[in-house]
Design a protein around this ligand. Structure first.
Ligand code: GTP
Ligand code: SPV
Ligand code: MN
Length: 561
């Protein structure tokens, strides 16, 4: 890299250890129904995996004794959230992976000041991680990345405040503060203590009149959180500042404002697709102090991935994510589709001045989104909180490379939390539904659904996305401000009036697609509602709050009026 301060690292993993493994991620409790809903007879549960404490002890007993033999064991005291903050939680991770140490150094607050607070909070979460390859290994590890994929198991023990992860060194499997603590255990603690742990980005948006509002947005893995969190708006006069790109901890304060903090201290972002044109501020921040995993490399020491074609000299020699010579048109990707950059938050130019605030920022709108090539408009607004909870509950999205799922099948991913629920999804819905009653003075955020990924007949995206998503944010903020006459009502929610939506500056190639972008096909939506009904019946059954059936019925009525 042509940069004096450049100091970064490339890790290549064993090709068998490249993403989260949902099917090997379990939560052990003494009560199965507390952890997962009971699926209908004959249906395989998709909302988490439960294990008994006895079975878990047996599984851990088979794996951990002697697992770190010959390796250095590191002890990482870390804080999720500002050290000592009222919403923050402390963990201590033991690991035999230096990659995990370096990554936790970026992604969390670690060090002596964390140690000092442990005396005051002996309820810290005990985290244990091993790559599962005691030394000497029979064969040297591939790419110097020891792991044990056939024995991988990521486990959570909420009753003991413990996490134990074996066999994988990758991302959410091994950086135990992230999905394991901040989302799975976090959601359980949140249910107990009356707050929300969510797979959401947090941003501050300053409108041209100088008024600043904060929003949180839940999109499934690899569906655009990091990009929205670091967006440079195309609409003049707007400013977007980033609090977080992946996780939000939120609770109503005494004044009834929903306050959010980002428990993390860095960004573990999807590399492919990141470029000067899509996410320039991320490109700036990854020029130094960054750990890259499974990206491709240029022979002069730069990074490369799909999306950087225009920014890389034509004659650059490229080594792919597995260390092989790579040429364009070879039919295989240069970077793994789930390759990542891991970079400190403080590197980001658009980091919000309040990102480190321990009481959090007030949230005025919550967005849900996903990859929906068909049928789902660019943006629509819920009629009320309960309808918004139905938005979250009925979310579906195309599978991505962030976990082990194959192909682009559309999967249910309620609240973008399917892989991260720490407790029974039915109870989780009830927790959301109870928020207004439990916080009687709550100023409830408005709830919206967005979809940057609708496709036209030719298979290309109808909406330019990225910086132009600021146009959607503009409409959302104006709705939050109760600006009159900017919305129409459809059976699925309020949509923008074309005349009120900021399309200025976009070419006809986009504006001509308005009707296609906002079409609400009745047949599609009836079918969608049937699929959600089937999912609720098969997966959640008895545990589904009745309010969700009411919302489903109201939607059907509106669709067929
Ligand atoms: P996780 O870190 O896995 O939770 O993912 P994420 O939700 O932060 O997703 P991210 O922002 O990293 O985006 C994933 C992929 O979607 C990248 O390849 C992006 O380039 C692409 N993407 C993000 N925003 C948009 C958009 O507005 N339009 C289109 N077409 N693609 C987008
Ligand atoms: C996700 O998959 O949602 C991520 C990446 O943010 S990982 O940390 O691997 O879970
Ligand atoms: Mn994520």
């Amino acid at each position: 890299m042509p940069n004096d301060t450049f100091c970064s690292w490339l890790s290549r993993t064993d090709p068998a250890d490249v993403a989260r493994v949902e099917s090997k991620t379990v939560i052990a409790t003494s009560n199965r129904n507390q952890t997962i809903p009971t699926p209908k007879a004959g249906a395989a549960g998709q909302l988490g995996y439960w294990m008994s404490n006895e079975e878990l002890d047996a599984q851990l007993g088979k794996r951990f004794p002697g697992s770190m033999k010959g390796r250095t064991m590191y002890v990482i005291p870390f804080s999720m959230g500002p050290v000592g903050g009222p919403l923050s939680k402390i963990g201590v991770e033991l690991t035999d992976s230096p990659y995990v140490v370096a990554s936790m150094r970026i992604m969390t607050r670690i060090g002596n000041d964390v140690n000092a607070t442990i005396g005051d909070s002996p309820d810290f979460v005990r985290c244990l991680h091993s790559v599962g390859q005691p030394l000497p290994m029979q064969k040297p590890p591939l790419h110097a990345w020891p792991c044990n994929p056939s024995q991988t198991l990521i486990t959570h023990m909420p009753e003991r405040n413990e996490i134990a992860s074996y066999g994988s060194g990758y991302g959410g499997n091994s950086l135990l503060g992230k999905k394991c603590l901040a989302l799975r255990l976090g959601s359980i603690i949140g249910q107990r203590e009356g707050w929300l742990a969510e797979h959401m980005l947090i941003i501050g948006i300053t409108a041209p009149n100088g008024v600043k509002k904060y929003i949180a947005a839940a999109f499934p893995s690899a569906c655009g959180k990091t990009n929205l969190a670091m967006m440079r708006p195309s609409l003049p006069g707007y400013k977007v500042e980033c609090i977080g790109d992946d996780i939000a901890w939120m609770r109503f304060d005494k004044e009834g404002r929903l306050r959010a903090i980002n428990p993390e201290a860095g960004f573990f972002g999807v590399a492919p697709g990141t470029s000067r044109s899509t996410n320039p501020l991320a490109m700036d921040s990854i020029e130094r102090d960054t750990i890259f995993t499974n990206v491709a490399e240029t022979t002069d020491g730069g990074f490369y991935w799909e999306g950087l074609e225009k920014e890389t000299p034509k004659d650059a020699q490229i080594i792919d994510w597995q260390g092989q010579q790579w040429t364009k048109g070879s039919g295989r990707p240069a970077a793994h589709p789930n390759s990542r950059f891991c970079t400190p938050a403080v590197n980001l130019e658009c980091l919000d001045p309040a990102w480190n605030s321990s009481e959090g920022v007030p949230i005025d709108a919550i967005l849900f989104g996903g990859r929906r090539p068909e049928g789902v408009p660019l943006v629509y607004e819920a009629f009320d909180w309960e309808h918004g909870v139905y938005f979250g509950a009925s979310m579906r999205s195309e599978a991505t490379a962030a976990a082990e799922h194959k192909g682009k099948v559309i999967m249910h991913d309620p609240f973008a939390m399917r892989p991260f629920f720490g407790y029974n999804f039915g109870h989780y819905l009830q927790h959301w539904l109870d928020m207004p009653a439990k916080n009687p003075n709550a100023k409830l955020p408005k709830i919206f659904q967005v979809n940057w990924f609708r496709k036209g007949a030719d298979g290309s995206f109808l909406w330019p996305g990225y910086s132009d998503n600021s146009r959607v944010l503009d409409w959302i903020l104006r709705r939050v401000n109760n600006e009159p006459n900017i919305a129409d009502t459809t059976p699925i929610g309020h949509v923008p009036k074309k005349s009120a939506f900021r399309l200025d500056g976009l070419g006809n190639d986009v504006t001509d697609k308005w009707d296609e972008l906002f079409d609400v096909p009745r047949e599609f939506w009836n079918e969608e509602t049937n699929l959600v009904t089937k999912y609720f019946e098969e997966q959640v059954g008895q545990d589904l709050p009745k309010e969700m059936w009411r919302q489903r019925d109201l939607l059907r009525e509106r669709l067929n009026k």
